[in-house]
Design a protein around this ligand. Structure first.
Ligand SMILES: [Fe+2]
Length: 220
């Protein structure tokens, strides 16, 4: 479900996307929730009951509280450093690699290690073979961007189908070996599709694309 556009760093235009998974139990799992509107809420209600709200990194906090207000019984799951950044947002559990989640038969998760700042958690929806990524891979559509922002996104390596890991993320890796291990875990998952929060998703062929996106780390 696409949300409203936002401005990163106050200027850079980003489209936003929430990923919705219906668990085998029938409950809904909302990843990186966008701001609810009446129309969005209606669409969600038609799919099932909201049971889980997921903040996949400490930046993607936007829709957590508004959805929690609408569905107070939903559990909030957040990235490892989320509460440090947002001490005011109530969280039921911070995600770690060892955490047993109630949705782990449907969805696996992996905390990406080795980055100095970004505390992102990636997810695998097993049944559809879909990898769910937030900011680590971006493929912004050129349409709707000025030539200047298209240029910036091209240089940053996040424009269109060839988009991947942005330059600022690459430049702030603290431990390449740890990052490599995390990415190898993800590449070991059984997926063929990719959903990302910013830009173009992939139906089929996603494994090769993700491998290519992280080729710069080396070692695998
Ligand atoms: Fe983002």
């Amino acid at each position: 479900m696409d949300g409203d556009d936002v401005r990163m760093f106050g200027v850079l235009p980003f489209t936003t996307r929430m990923t919705v998974v219906r668990l085998a139990s029938g409950g809904l799992w909302l990843h990186s929730p966008v701001q609810p509107t009446l129309e969005r809420q209606r669409a969600i209600d038609q799919l099932g009951t909201v049971e889980h709200l997921v903040a996949p990194n400490k930046i993607h906090s936007l829709g957590i509280e508004p959805w929690k207000a609408l569905y107070p019984s939903a559990k909030v799951w957040a990235s490892p450093a989320f509460s440090k950044r947002h001490p005011d947002i109530a969280v039921d559990a911070l995600l770690t690699n060892n955490l047993e989640t109630p949705w782990n038969r449907d969805i696996d998760h992996c905390v990406i290690e080795g980055h100095a700042v970004l505390d992102e958690v990636e997810f695998l929806h097993r049944r559809s073979g879909t990898l769910i990524v937030t900011d680590m891979i971006q493929k912004h559509e050129a349409a709707g961007n000025s030539w200047m922002w298209r240029g910036v996104k091209h240089v940053a390596g996040v424009l269109g189908k060839d988009g991947g890991v942005s330059l600022d993320i690459k430049l702030s890796i603290r431990d390449k070996a740890a990052l490599r291990r995390s990415i190898d875990t993800i590449l070991g998952w059984d997926f063929d599709n990719l959903i990302i929060s910013h830009g173009r998703c992939l139906t089929g062929g996603a494994k090769d694309d993700v491998r290519r996106a992280f080729h710069w780390i080396g070692g695998s």
